[in-house]
Design a protein. Structure first.
Length: 95
């Protein structure tokens, strides 16, 4: 039985929204701080002439995140909703 459980883990899934946030480089630090404060997961960061964050936003934090971005960025950021999804929020190994 122990062999069957070896390597297994318990995962807590969370309902949220995947977004692409595009902004000027000057907002990078502020956005990263806000994501951490709101427990928003950064999946990927793409650097071109601007910076684009691919993030997973907990459903209950969506409106607050959009409000924060609008207040800090004015017209310097784009907010694009990609999809609603479940994602892995926490996991722990079985021992």
């Amino acid at each position: 039985m122990q062999e069957a459980v070896s390597g297994c883990r318990i995962v807590t899934m969370r309902y949220g929204i995947r977004y692409r946030i595009t902004a000027d480089y000057t907002l990078t630090g502020k956005l990263q701080y806000m994501f951490a404060k709101r427990q928003i997961t950064i999946e990927d960061t793409v650097y071109t002439d601007k910076v684009a964050f691919h993030v997973l936003v907990p459903f209950e934090a969506e409106e607050a995140m959009k409000k924060d971005i609008i207040e800090m960025a004015a017209a310097k950021a784009g907010i694009e909703k990609m999809e609603e999804t479940y994602y892995e929020d926490r996991c722990r190994e079985l021992s």
